[in-house]
Design a protein around this ligand. Structure first.
Ligand code: OSB
Ligand code: MG
Length: 377
């Protein structure tokens, strides 16, 4: 990009979900979202989003740790530093700053969007995406009863979603999956995500899911585990997919070597940004490991990055890239993200940058704190 980041504006907004989203480790009702507006020395600007949650129940990072990390360590490392290409951001940030990948990703991804703006190409084209439309799945939170899950799964299937993911936990697993499989029939592409709720001793319980022909079971065991997942995979017919455990491309290589899973959920926020996400995509492609794009209940800003990433060739499984209306009464971008009746989301390949406009007035109204880092022009 032959430029440097000049200003980073951090904003926290509050955005209520249409309905609470429960995973095995907690429930989210109102999203607290950290938005970034970054500008380079020539005034080219891009929005990005940090995917950290409200609580440290998915990873150690939260909105508050990300805010601190960006302000204290990450922004000072990149502001004013000449960058020939966004690929240089991750090495610059990883040097002497451990972890904080979601915080790093928010800045790294903004650098890619600024380059896309500078070159007047879409983010998708900039990173080598090939798809005009991407297949979309839905992630359904844990419900009070199997019937309530069946109701949501049936509606999602009718609405065109290409893949239905059910959150599971001990006590809300076999019965729930059995009910949805019975209601939707043998062909429906179903999967389950446990968000690390099980132990290896639960292998027998998880094997009871094998008869339901799930496409995969996502992250049943420890959030940083590979060894026990490998042992579990040997005992299950259903493929395992790793989410939380894959924090770097090296971890993906370890997963492949250890056979800890057969599919990878790639979330650019989880792995520190687009460069690492692309590296994992490429590695998995070389090893015939399919990947799909996960979600973190992002606003339309974060979604833009997921949609661009999911347009890469090895994203062959529908991702958690649901349209805006699945989450929000009203999104903060226009146009909002929509899905057609075939369960496809259009990739804005002919619009420069992230491909949607941020509704600045709405963002201002939702903002609870702001901080401007870098020099004033
Ligand atoms: O494990 O994929 C996950 C949401 C928050 C935290 C973790 C996960 C999720 C989802 C939601 O599954 C996916 C979406 O954004 O629709
Ligand atoms: Mg997951």
């Amino acid at each position: 990009m032959a430029s440097a980041l000049h200003t980073i504006v951090m904003r926290e907004i509050r955005l209520p979900l249409k309905e609470p989203f429960r995973i095995s480790s907690g429930v989210t009702t109102d999203r607290r979202i950290l938005l970034i507006e970054a500008s380079d020395a020539d005034g080219v600007t891009a929005w990005s989003e940090c995917v950290a949650g409200e609580q440290p129940n998915y990873s150690a990072e939260t909105v508050d740790t990300a805010w601190l990390a960006i302000k204290e360590w990450i922004a000072p490392r990149v502001l004013g530093r000449p960058l020939a290409h966004p690929r240089e951001v991750t090495p610059a940030l990883d040097h002497e700053i451990r972890g904080h990948r979601m915080a790093k990703a928010a800045i790294e991804m903004a650098a890619w969007a600024i380059l896309a703006e500078r070159e007047q190409v879409s983010l998708s084209r900039l990173i080598g995406g090939i798809r005009d439309r991407i297949a979309t799945g839905i992630s359904l939170g844990i419900q009070e009863t199997p019937d309530e899950l069946v109701e949501r799964a049936s509606r999602s299937w009718k609405n065109g979603y290409r893949r239905i993911k059910m959150k599971i936990a001990p006590g809300a697993d076999v019965e729930y999956v059995a009910a949805v499989r019975a209601a939707l029939g043998p062909q429906a592409p179903l999967m389950a995500d446990a968000n690390s709720a099980y132990r290896l001793q639960d292998a027998g319980r998880l094997a009871e899911l094998d008869p339901f022909n799930l496409m995969m079971i996502e992250q049943p065991l420890g959030q940083d585990d590979l060894i026990r997942h490998a042992e579990l995979q040997r005992r299950l017919a259903t493929p395992l997919c790793l989410d939380e455990s894959i924090t770097t491309c090296e971890r993906a290589a370890d997963m492949i070597a250890l056979e800890s899973g057969r599919i990878v959920n790639i979330k650019p926020g989880r792995v520190g940004g687009f460069a690492e996400a692309k590296a994992i995509h490429d590695l998995c492609q070389q090893h015939a490991i399919p990947v799909w794009c996960g979600g973190m209940l992002e606003s339309g800003v974060g979604r833009a990055y997921n949609v661009a990433l999911a347009s890469l060739p090895n994203f062959t499984i529908p991702g958690d890239v649901s349209p805006s209306a699945r989450y929000w009464m009203r999104d903060i971008v226009s146009p909002e993200w929509t899905m057609d009746a075939e369960g496809l989301v259009a990739v804005p390949r002919d619009r420069p940058g992230i491909g949607v406009d941020v509704d600045r007035d709405r963002v201002e109204n939702l903002t609870v704190r702001t901080e401007r880092l870098g020099s004033r022009r």
